[in-house]
Design a protein around this ligand. Structure first.
Ligand code: GLN
Length: 491
């Protein structure tokens, strides 16, 4: 029997249906893999008892012919999703040992469909970061290494645990969230597939909030088909999230393999940056040629406000974060520092509970929202956001079906290599991804090639609102042309 952990979700689904193996065996194989890979620090909590119990329940349902679409599929869950009776920390000291008495909508839909919880995955503290180095549980290691080197590389962030675990075969798929790139950038750094759905497609209820108008949940998986399978269970209207949209969830998997003939693919000239590495440029034109060979038409498009997206994001996101994070005051849950009076208790708890990057965001956010600066910063950033959204609308109005861009400006970098002296160096990682959050659009990152050092690189496709299906169809064309990439196992 092949190693069960190397199967795709689609293959495992078949194997379970044909009784080639049981859900219990599939789960045990993953639990053993997790145990052997603790050096990666992808999981912050392993839940083997819960996993075995859920796998047994899945086997019983499969035997009765009642298995759901994800029956027996073992998944990892980003520690930003509240899981009932299971510690949820957002990888922040301030949440301490918080054990939610409720389950996030997205994860409850995964369990409804029969999936198995293997454990909680590491992420940047409150999902703020691009390298998974800000977690209170320490950094995550990327299973990929430069050829001939054993330098430890970051998996990207903030969903670094999700990407690393999927790439290292420590789960068949994972949940992730994306506020400015946190699904797509780590997917690109680990040769996995990550999709940020349209804002409103997946419920945010029960997900620790970072920047509510930008946050969106989505899957990270090893293939576009697997991502489509997971998306179908994760998406859907939820009355508990007022920004969740009531549109029927399509069968995303049906989009895999669908012809892309005649589709118009926009190539935005503003994404061709000065000093862009030649290998990113090459990957981008190769991807465009693959889509053309599949019958799509390439058109140059313009998104003139692109250069303002990153600065505007770093006003809007911290502003919302400073407001969302006001609730961590030591009163209701998580950490509480003893102090003489309540003001000191708030101050000491927050000073001790938040890490440096989170503190920086709270300070920036409070500043841009304060009287006297609100109009100059926050209001202006909101106006820029509207212009960014309009750029995309104009492009789609001209008949463009999707836009092709690089996913990241570079491949994975070393732990401690970026952002030490200047945080902006780290922020620049999201140059190609934040626009999509600002406009509320869907975006997918698909592995497309390798750099000269043998590290994976990804391409991004940006779609029309609620047209994730087109992204799956186009993404699969790139995936098929580029081939599968498997991280070499060294642990
Ligand atoms: N890297 C970006 C940030 O630090 C995006 C993070 C995310 O998408 N959660 O804000």
């Amino acid at each position: 029997m092949t190693d069960l952990t190397s199967l795709t979700i689609a293959e495992a689904r078949e194997g379970l249906a044909s009784k080639s193996f049981t859900a219990a065996e599939l789960t045990d194989a993953h639990l053993a893999a997790i145990e052997a890979a603790r050096v990666l620090n992808a999981y912050v909590l392993e839940t083997p008892d819960r996993a075995r119990e859920m796998a047994r329940a899945a086997d019983a349902k499969i035997a009765k012919g009642e298995g759901g679409p994800l029956a027996g599929i073992p998944l990892g869950i980003k520690d930003l999703f509240a899981t009932r009776d299971i510690r949820t920390t957002a990888c922040s000291k301030i949440l301490g040992n918080f054990i939610p008495p409720y389950e996030s909508t997205v994860t409850s839909q995964l369990w409804r469909d029969g999936a198995v919880l293997l454990g909680k995955l590491n992420n940047d503290e409150f999902a703020m970061g691009s390298s998974n180095e800000t977690s209170c549980f320490g950094p995550v290691t990327n299973p990929w290494r430069r050829e001939g080197s054993n330098t430890t590389l970051v998996p990207g962030g903030s969903s670094g645990g999700s990407a690393s675990a999927v790439a290292a075969l420590l789960c068949m798929g994972a949940t992730a969230t994306d506020t400015g790139g946190s699904i797509r950038q780590p997917a690109a750094f680990t040769a996995t597939v990550g999709i940020k759905p349209t804002y409103g497609r997946c419920s945010r209820w029960g997900i620790v909030a970072f920047a509510s108008s930008l946050d969106q949940a989505g899957p990270i998986a090893r293939t576009t088909r697997d991502a489509a399978i997971l998306m179908r269970s994760m998406a859907g209207h939820d009355p508990k999230d007022t920004t969740s949209v009531d549109i029927a969830v399509p069968d995303y998997e049906a989009a895999i393999g669908k012809s892309v003939k005649g589709m118009k693919i926009g190539i935005p000239k503003e994404y061709r940056l000065d000093g862009m590495p030649a290998e990113i440029e090459k990957l981008w034109s190769e991807g465009a040629q693959w889509l053309k060979a599949a019958g799509a038409e390439l058109v140059e498009v313009s998104l003139p406000h692109t250069k303002y997206a990153l600065p505007a994001y770093y006003i809007v996101a911290p502003a919302e974060a400073s407001s969302n994070l006001a609730r961590y005051d030591g009163v209701r849950y998580g950490l509480r520092e003893p102090a003489k009076n309540i003001i000191e208790m708030y101050e000491d708890t927050r000073a001790d509970g938040f890490g440096d990057e989170v503190r920086r965001r709270v300070l920036i956010g409070t500043y841009v929202l304060s009287a006297g600066y609100y109009d100059a910063y926050y209001l202006r950033a909101q106006k820029v956001r509207t212009l960014i959204k309009k750029d995309f609308e104009d492009c789609f109005a001209k008949g463009v079906n999707a836009i092709l861009t690089p996913a990241t400006p570079s491949a994975a970098f070393g732990i401690g290599e970026k952002g030490g002296a200047d945080p902006v160096e780290m922020y620049l990682n999201d140059i190609f991804t934040v626009t999509v959050n600002m406009a509320g659009l869907p975006g997918i990152a698909v592995p497309a090639g390798k750099d000269t050092q043998g590290l994976p690189l990804g391409l991004q496709l940006i779609g029309r609102p609620f047209d994730e299906e087109t992204l799956f169809s186009l993404g699969e064309v790139i995936e098929r042309a580029a081939g599968r990439f498997t991280a070499p196992r060294w642990w």
